[in-house]
Design a protein around this ligand. Structure first.
Ligand code: HEC
Length: 252
């Protein structure tokens, strides 16, 4: 089993090399040049033996077995906060991550996608500016998930569980000032190719307004992947809408 925490050896290393440096400074001031080298080696040996013994004594303390990672204590808070808001019924995700059973069933896959930072989806490259509500796991969280899966994805005691995700409000960004509906639903067949469909959505406003945020609520989240929005200033989308089948092919 690897020592825990893994960084503990490095701390010892740096104390060790600092002490050697101090020893060499002392020697430089005290002994004549001819003897320096021999004494230096003697001192070096002395320090080495001392510190190696010290390290050996300290070793067992650092090599204590890694603490058991359990779902309810360490993993649930990470999953409920970072995964469940998308991985629940009604969202466009392939499965839910709401319970221990859900997460255990996909444990290996979860270890893989979080390690690759494929999940949670967050395209901005790290280190080029900060975003509000960044959706990125920390290195420590990713390591905990790895350890949990390696140790057998244990449940632990559910009394240490955080509250499961509270029921989400219907609108994620708060109640909107304006709700627009597509005029006609699009029925996607159970089989067939990927479809890009253009909905023309009239906006019943007579004056200019600034838009702070838009939330899209698809009727069938499971089959919906993404949306691009544009303002039809020239009216061409509206003209094409009249020839609906053609519009859907051309506006992708
Ligand atoms: C913003 C929404 C969102 C969040 C947050 C999110 N997921 Fe996903 N996840 C998706 C979508 C959409 C898919 C299906 C499409 C895909 O695979 O890209 C998916 C697919 C997956 C898959 C299957 C990947 C595959 O290769 O088939 C796994 C495993 C997964 N998510 C785990 C997680 C975990 C673990 C978290 C939290 C750390 C998380 N997801 C957070 C939206 C999300």
């Amino acid at each position: 089993m690897p020592p825990y925490p893994p960084e503990s050896n490095q701390i010892e290393d740096s104390i060790y090399s600092k002490s050697l440096k101090v020893a060499s400074y002392l020697l430089r001031g005290l002994v004549p040049a001819s003897q320096r080298k021999r004494d230096y080696i003697k001192w070096l040996r002395f320090f080495k033996s001392r510190f190696i013994r010290l390290l050996l004594l300290a070793g067992p303390a650092f090599a204590a077995p890694a603490p058991q990672v359990t779902f309810y204590r360490e993993i649930a808070p990470i999953i409920y906060r970072n995964c469940s808001p998308c991985h629940k019924p009604g969202e466009s995700t392939p499965f839910s991550l709401l319970t221990y059973e859900d997460v255990k069933r996909h444990a290996h896959q979860i270890a893989d996608v979080t390690k690759r930072r494929y999940m949670p989806p967050w395209p901005p490259e790290a280190g080029y500016g900060d975003f509000v509500e960044e959706r990125r796991l920390t290195a420590a969280q990713i390591r905990l998930i790895q350890e949990w899966v390696q140790q057998g994805a244990l449940a632990g005691s559910s009394t240490s569980s955080p509250q499961e995700t509270a029921a989400e409000p219907e609108w994620k960004l708060g109640k909107p000032d304006l709700i627009l509906h597509v005029q006609q639903p699009y029925h996607l067949g159970a089989d067939g190719p990927e479809v890009f469909w253009n909905f023309v959505i009239p906006v019943p406003l007579s004056s200019m307004r600034w838009v702070k945020a838009v939330e899209i609520r698809p009727g069938a989240g499971r089959v919906f992947h993404h949306a691009s929005l544009l303002v039809d200033r020239a009216g061409s989308a509206r003209r094409n809408e009249k020839r609906r089948a053609r519009a859907s092919r051309e506006w992708t």
